[in-house]
Structures are given as C-alpha cells and as structure tokens.
Design a binder for this molecule. Structure first.
Ligand code: PLP
Length: 401
C-alpha cells in the first residue's frame, strides 16, 4: 500500500519504467506486484487520530487511487496528481478551485464540446466569463486575454476533431505575462507523446477514459499540477485542487482507478502502435480520390506541423478527413465500416469512426465552434493496419456507389 502522504517519488527512470512502477511498490505484507483494489470506505485508526499511512475515509484518499495519482504525476513530471470520476469532473474542479465569479478564461475555438458546455452553461452562470480564441494563433490568444481578469488560458493540443496544434511553450509565456496560468488538456497526446509541464504549463488535465485507460472500459479523469506554480495568487493551486477534490468528492472509485492504472502500464507501447497505424491510414487516405482533405499533424502540409514536431514525440492516433460527397457521404462512410466501430469516445485499442457534426460536436452546431459537415473522425486503434485500411477502402467505395 502506498502511503497517502508520501510525496510523489522522484523517478529519473524512463517513461515506461515509471508507467509500470511509479506509485506501485509491491505490497509490503504479501509482495503482490500489482496494487490491490482497496474497495473500502473507512480505515481502522490506532487510537483516535492514529492513521495508518494517512488514510481515514476514501473520499479523502484511497490507496488504489493514491497509486494512480502518484503514477500520473510521475508520468507528467508534476508535483501532485488527482484522479477524478471523469475528465469533466476534473475540469470542473479546476474551474471551481482556481476561479471565482468575475474571473475570465480563454477557451480554445475547437475545445472539447463538454469543456465548452462546462464553460458556457455552468461556469458562466456562476459568473466566470470566457472568450474563445483560435489556440493555434498565439497573437489571437494574447488579444483574447483580459489583463487583470484572465486567470486561466486553457489549451487543448492536438484539438478535436480538426487536430489543430497549439504552441505550449509560447502560450505559457503569454499566459504568465498576463498573470494567468496555462492549463493543458493533454488527453489526445498523453504524457508519452507530450509533456506540457516541461514546456511551461502549470497544470495538465486528462480524460483517462481515452488513451490512459486505453481499453474503452472505464470513465475517469485526472489533473496533475506543476511542481511550482509561479503565478501570483495561484501558487497554492495544488492545495486548492486537493481541497476541492475532497470537498466536492468527484473522485475516481477504487476499481476505476485500478483499471486506469492497469491501462497506463502499456501506454507507451500502445501509443507507438496507434501512431504507426495512424500514419499508414493517413497515407492511404491521401491517395484516395474521394478524400478532399486529411487532417494529421504529422503531415508536412499541416499548419501546425513544425510546432508539433518540436513539442511531440510522434503525432498520435487521431486522424480526421473530409470527403468530396459532402455530409451524406461522410455519414455513409461512418455507417459502412466493419472493423472501425461507429461510436463516440477515442483512445481505445479498438478503432472507432464517427461523424463529429452529428455526434460528438452536435451540440456546437450553429456556434463559433461548428465543425465541417463533410468531416469524418478516426480514432486509430492497434489492430493490423492492413485490415483497417481495407475496411476504410470498402466503406469509401460503398459510400460513393
Ligand atoms: C473525452 C474528453 C474530455 C471529457 O472527459 P470525460 O472523461 O468524458 O468526462 C475532455 N477533454 C477531451 C479532449 C476529451 O476527449
């Protein structure tokens, strides 16, 4: 069992070693190499206040969750990790812990739809305002900042579903100059491909539902804070997030924490395979006559290619493309694949296909965040690339016919 109050150990080991061992010492009593699922609400105290390892009640802390939190902090190179019931629960905690009514946030123009809904329908009525900016344009972000009022510059990179790239290091400078923190949703890239804290970000958020869990069997979220936050008034971001996590209680349960921890062990090998397959799929799509545009940061023609090359190890498993036959063809392709499963979400071992305009991004139709109707989004899984390509080829042929 990992003691709750043990600081995140300093691991100078490589990424995969950290993924498999950080926060996961073999059990002291039995030697079990995998952390147990501590399905428990309360803990015996050795005399009043005599806590063993700091555990008193599982909303405050639970050993399985601690193991995951320490592992994620080690993978992101952060000071402390926090695991939540979902990605949005973590984001809600960030907003409520670090902001107060009257504060302002800069939000990416193609933010995850649920993030935008949280800003627009929950934070805004509470009094936290936001401006939308094209996050790939550093000057547009600078212009959207309200000096003295903006407290968070929110970044997603790559973005969903158009795979836009934001320059994390440049935006960290812009945010800090204005007295704001830079918060990065690292769900698409994962800490394996991109380490925002090392580039100057102050906190990282994840939907662990996606690549960190990686097997489409759990909903979860995480927040990792930087070792030091140097923005005036937000130096205590870590304590505030910890306080709100306990006060509001949107924690990851023991079994969900365990599933994510299990998924994280193979994150590095899975991401390599996701990237290999995505690159092959992109190559196929580029050569197809029905495809009018392919969006992938690994393409030298992608507007964010140079920045992506600087800040990412590889370019990830997400791909989107547009078709010449418009919305109907895009919808038809999504309905015609056999191996690519039609569904929302992303980042699992199985390949998924979807139509953003009618599915994941239906709620932003008619707003500034609207996505093209002829767009298809792919979450490339780790099946055999040849099968994935054959399946797409057949679906495209059917959709044209
Ligand atoms: C899915 C997702 C979220 C929300 O996470 P949930 O686990 O569904 O609450 C946030 N950001 C991005 C980029 C996502 O893909």
């Amino acid at each position: 069992m990992t003691a709750m109050n043990t600081p995140t150990p300093e691991y100078d080991a490589g990424f995969n070693t950290r993924a498999i061992h950080a926060g996961q010492e073999p059990d002291l009593r039995t030697g079990a190499v995998v952390p147990a699922i501590y399905q428990v609400s309360t803990y015996k105290q050795d005399g009043v206040g005599g806590l063993r390892g700091g555990y008193e009640y599982s909303r405050s802390a639970n050993p399985t969750r601690t193991a995951l939190e320490q592992c994620l902090a080690a993978l992101e190179g952060g000071g402390r990790g926090f695991a939540f019931a979902s990605g949005l629960a973590g984001q809600d905690t960030v907003i409520r812990a670090l902001l107060k009514p009257g504060d302002h946030v800069v939000v990416p123009a193609d933010a995850y739809g649920g993030t935008y809904r949280l800003m627009n329908k929950v934070a805004l009525p509470w009094g936290v305002e936001h401006s939308i900016a094209t996050i790939s344009d550093v000057e547009a972000v600078r212009a959207a900042i309200r000096p003295g009022q903006t407290r968070i510059v929110w970044v997603e990179t790559p973005t969903n579903p158009l795979l836009g790239i934001a320059d994390i290091a440049a935006l960290a400078v812009v945010a800090h100059e204005a007295g704001a923190i830079l918060a990065v949703d690292n769900t698409f890239a994962t800490p394996y491909l991109q380490q925002p804290l090392a580039l100057g970000a102050d906190l990282v958020m994840h939907s662990t539902t996606k690549y960190c869990g990686g097997h489409s069997d759990v909903v979860g979220g995480a927040v990792v804070t930087a070792k030091t936050v140097a923005v005036a008034g937000l130096e205590d971001a870590e304590e505030r997030i910890g306080f709100h996590q306990n006060s509001m209680g949107a924690i990851a349960g023991p079994f969900d924490a365990w599933l994510v921890l299990r998924g994280v062990k193979t994150l590095g090998v899975r991401m390599e395979r996701h990237c290999d397959n995505a690159e092959k799929v992109v190559q196929f799509l580029q050569g197809h006559r029905a495809v009018t545009a392919v969006h992938y940061p690994g393409l030298s023609t992608h507007p964010g290619h140079d920045v992506a090359t600087r800040q990412m190890k590889r370019y990830g498993g997400m791909v989107s493309f547009q078709v010449g036959g418009g919305e109907q063809q895009a919808v038809d392709v999504c309905g015609a694949t056999q191996i690519w499963t039609l569904g929302e979400s992303l980042g699992g071992v199985e390949s998924l296909i979807e139509h953003p305009a009618r599915m994941t991004h239906a709620s932003v139709r008619g707003t500034e965040l609207e996505v093209p109707a002829d767009l298809v989004r792919l979450s490339t899984g780790i099946e055999d690339a040849e099968d994935l390509i054959d399946d797409l080829d057949a679906a495209l042929a059917k959709s044209v016919g």
